[in-house]
Design a protein around this ligand. Structure first.
Ligand SMILES: Nc1ncnc2c1ncn2[C@@H]1O[C@H](COP(=O)(O)OP(=O)(O)OP(=O)(O)O)[C@@H](O)[C@H]1O
Length: 307
């Protein structure tokens, strides 16, 4: 979808080398610390910011060669609705439908369908400025979907949403992916990405630095339980004894809130470690994964970028 994309702002590098593929039928998460270049890359993909270098293809259409065709295939949900406040939700969606040249008859039905999808029927005829932040986010999603795009780009879509709306957003995006849409979503809410994304592209310092494949719906790695290294948090009656036992096994324990963290390659190793600690007489009182895998990958990125 994007190859070797770069973009600077008056000499300030925002994206320096971004390569990204978002397969149709999948939800790909774009993850990285503040300032990593996620929004800039999304704006380039959405055709709203010209790259200094590189190529972008959306649903098989080259963005430079055919910008109109590429944009017609792409839905864009920015992190805020923007200055559409004087229109009602219904008018805003109808305006978008006109912009995408939907026939009048189809347009009214599509608008009604989208208002139902994002549960804004009751507020459909109120000016958008009376909507709460979460309601505006939902309207932003509806706006991105007006023309049934093959590619959907979302910048921090869950921000401002209450827990129920987040679950609905997740279900909607999963359903769209199930229908074959290529979904790319940036977010800091890593716990939710775990449940939403099939794969994750990690971004740091303007570069796409890693791709985690097959992260699985319903929890990162749920398709391949425990097959990745991750930190486990161990708590024992006598922390000094635990620390010595972990170091004695050649591990690199790190004191953490409520216990000691140690990175273990997979769940089998974790089970062996627990059995070994108990056999050694360490009074283990809790032993569990310390963070989600995506969160762990993110924290490693962030740590790297601060060094
Ligand atoms: N219009 C602009 N003018 C100047 N610098 C910009 C502009 N847009 C982005 N930048 C800079 O480019 C870098 C990447 O910004 P970007 O917003 O793409 O990051 P991000 O990963 O989306 O961050 P966040 O998670 O905080 O939203 C930052 O250093 C930012 O200051």
């Amino acid at each position: 979808m994007a190859h070797d994309v770069a973009r600077s702002f008056r000499g300030r590098v925002a994206v320096v080398a971004a390569d990204l593929v978002v397969p149709p039928g999948s939800v790909t998460a774009l993850v990285g610390p503040n300032g990593a270049g996620k929004t800039t890359l999304l704006l380039v993909l959405a055709g709203l910011l010209a790259p200094d270098r590189g190529s972008v293809t959306l649903d098989g259409v080259d963005l430079v060669a055919d910008p109109v065709g590429a944009r017609a295939r792409t839905g864009w949900m920015p992190d805020s609705l923007g200055s559409w406040d004087s229109l009602t939700a219904r008018e805003l969606l109808a305006t978008m439908a006109d912009a995408h040249r939907l026939p009048r008859a189809a347009s009214a039905a599509r608008v009604a369908e989208l208002l139902a999808l994002v549960h804004l029927e009751d507020l459909a005829d109120a000016p958008a400025h009376v909507l709460s932040r979460g309601q505006k986010q939902r309207l932003g999603l509806a706006r991105a979907l007006v023309h049934s795009p093959a590619v959907l780009l979302l910048d921090e879509p869950a921000s401002g949403l209450d827990p129920r709306s987040r679950v609905e957003l997740r279900d909607t995006l999963r359903r769209l992916a199930g229908e074959g849409v290529a979904v790319l979503v940036s977010s800091h809410v890593l716990g939710e990405l775990d449940e939403l994304a099939d794969r994750a592209v990690l971004m740091n310092g303007g570069r796409t630095v890693d791709v985690l494949e097959d992260v699985g719906v319903g929890g990162l790695g749920s398709d391949v339980p425990g097959s990745r290294p991750r930190p486990w948090r161990v708590r024992a009656l006598e922390p000094a004894q635990l620390l010595a036992a972990l170091e004695g096994r050649g591990l690199r324990p790190r004191p953490a809130e409520g216990g000691i963290d140690v990175v273990v390659p997979d769940e089998e190793s974790a089970a062996r470690l627990l059995a070994g600690l108990v056999a050694d007489g360490v009074g283990v009182v809790s032993f569990a994964p310390a963070t989600g895998l995506l969160e762990q990958a993110y924290l490693e990125l962030d740590e790297g970028s601060r060094r």
